[in-house]
Write a protein that binds this ligand. Structure first.
Ligand SMILES: O=C(O)CCC(=O)C(=O)O
Ligand SMILES: [Fe+2]
Length: 510
């Protein structure tokens, strides 16, 4: 084929018969560590646009592009990517023009997404990929070279995660895990029985003026140039929408804007006749409202394409939350937490339980851990549809997946029953308090002061509960201590549990 007349990024268009954008579909056995899909039929995943295949295929291949690259072939793929992360755009393009292997490696979208976020270009047009957008290459100018004999899990994995069907993980929810669905609750019922339970309210949002009036397209028509926050970028809504409608990211950039009320000039509140929406009445009072203008961030507009969502986390400052879906639907996977229970499968907590590490994307998590999560006691699951609201109790872990393009609002609040938890969080882990303005240097003191002024009986009750919990912790610790000492005795420690500081004695303890 004659090279394209349009100069492109170092390559002319090359067409191959067995790969391409309208990729033929190959049969591929999903390769989860352990998954619901494992025993099902092989899933259909398109072939990679560059023809890259998983590493295992190299064992039976007669030719291997990377292996033919001399000493470079010995660099593991992960390390190669780490090295490439140190290059700027120009160097990546140059290096990518040297051979097919580098061509493929320098195409990895994560490299370009990072470059973009570190130094966002001005006035760009979303061109379908981070690379094309960063290099200002319209899709028609982008080269596509066959790398059929390149075998790399590192390059193939994001593509696999983008295309692997997630439906098996979000359907057939076992009844023991199903989050209850309720038409409504009174604030008393909520306070008496539901503050520690996730549940879905199936009706209240349908009365909001914005319900049916706010969709991604109506917002786009009304506020195309309003800049909104999507993870690390602030983009005009029209740019984000272009991204949302045309991206193949494994973990799509998720719009999460905490200032949407001000930006879109709307009002919120149960008592405001012009309010666009209000918190569902069942959640009752929100005790962080005593902080007035000093309360931490508490509401967000959330938008994203299918497969976007939130990896496992707990909400900030031990708050509870509600999450109302305006369009689309969300799959929720939730676990309670306590100081004595393990975190959800695949989630790692730091030693002081302050940091949650869930290094996997949502798709990777579902592929690798969903089957185990589903069988783990405490697991709760549901799909929350448009018009419905899900309650996230204080301290619960949750992972959320958008099943289709979705627009939602969420608000964090402090119900009376969780005042002690919030006090404990702010007192004991104040350095992790989040969303407060910089001027708030001691959130615990501030909350105690303001709650004492506005609702002294609630503060007294909260502090009493806190003291009780502190006492219970001491008892639990001393019971654990007793158990350890007894275990030591039973194991022949001779009753002499030895505890000492280095330097106390020169004698070695045998
Ligand atoms: O809708 C979502 O992705 C969940 C949002 C969430 O969990 C949060 O705002 O804390
Ligand atoms: Fe959350």
């Amino acid at each position: 084929m004659a090279p394209s007349a349009v100069p492109v990024d170092g390559f002319a268009h090359i067409e191959e018969e067995d790969f391409g954008r309208t990729a033929k579909r190959i049969k591929l056995k999903a390769a989860p560590v352990e998954s619901d899909a494992e025993d099902r039929d092989a899933v259909t995943i398109p072939s990679h646009p560059l023809g890259i295949r998983p590493s295992g295929n190299a064992y039976t291949a007669s030719h291997d592009i990377k292996r033919a690259c001399g000493p470079f072939a010995r660099i593991p793929d992960e390390l190669l990517i780490t090295l490439l992360e140190g290059l700027d755009a120009q160097d990546l393009v140059r290096l990518g023009s040297t051979c097919k292997a580098f061509y493929a490696f320098t195409r990895l979208e994560e490299l370009w997404r990072t470059l973009f976020i570190e130094s966002p270009p001005e006035d760009f047009v979303w061109n379908g990929t981070w690379r094309s957008t960063y290099l200002r290459l319209p899709a028609s100018h982008t080269s596509l070279v066959s790398c059929r004999n390149l075998f790399s899990d590192v390059l193939y994995r994001p593509f696999h995660c983008t295309y692997t069907p997630l439906e098996p993980y979000t359907t057939n929810i076992p009844s023991r895990n199903a989050i209850p669905r309720l038409s409504d609750l009174t604030p008393e019922e909520f306070s008496d029985s539901w503050t520690d339970q996730p549940y879905i309210l199936t009706s209240p949002v349908k009365q909001w003026p914005i319900y049916n009036n706010w969709t991604p397209s109506t917002l786009l028509a009304k506020y195309p140039n309003v800049k909104i926050r999507a993870e690390a970028v602030d983009w005009p809504l029209n740019v984000y929408t272009a991204y949302m409608n045309n991206s193949l990211d494994e973990s799509p950039l998720y719009l999460f804007d905490r200032a949407f009320v001000e930006k879109l000039s709307i009002t919120v509140g149960r008592d405001d006749p012009h309010a666009s929406y209000w918190p569902p009445t069942c959640f009752g009072e929100d005790l962080f409202s005593v902080l007035g203008a000093q309360r931490p961030d508490c509401r967000w507009m959330i938008m994203g394409p299918a497969r976007s969502g939130s990896t496992f986390h707990k909400d900030p400052n031990a708050t509870s939350a509600w999450n109302a879906v305006l369009t689309g639907s969300k799959y929720w996977l939730m676990f309670p937490s306590s100081p004595t229970t393990a975190p959800p499968p695949g989630v790692i907590l730091s030693a002081d339980a302050s940091e949650i590490t869930s290094p996997l994307s949502i798709a990777e998590y579902l592929l690798s851990f969903h089957a185990l999560a589903r069988r783990t006691p405490g697991c709760r699951e549901a799909i929350c549809y448009a018009g419905e609201v899900l309650h996230v109790p204080s301290g619960w872990f949750h992972l959320v997946l958008n099943l289709d393009e979705s627009l939602a609002l969420t608000q964090n609040f402090v119900p009376r029953r969780h005042v002690a938890d919030v006090l404990r969080f702010l007192r004991d882990t104040g350095d992790q308090a989040s969303g407060f303005k910089d001027e708030v240097t001691d959130p615990y003191k501030l909350f105690v002061e303001k709650l004492g002024e506005e609702a002294p009986e609630v503060l007294a009750e909260g502090l009493k509960e806190l003291k009780k919990q502190d006492g219970a912790k001491v008892v639990a610790r001393s019971e654990k201590w007793e158990q350890l000492v007894q275990k030591d005795d039973a194991e022949g420690g001779g009753g002499g549990f030895f505890f000492g500081f280095g330097g106390d004695s020169d004698e070695e303890v045998p």
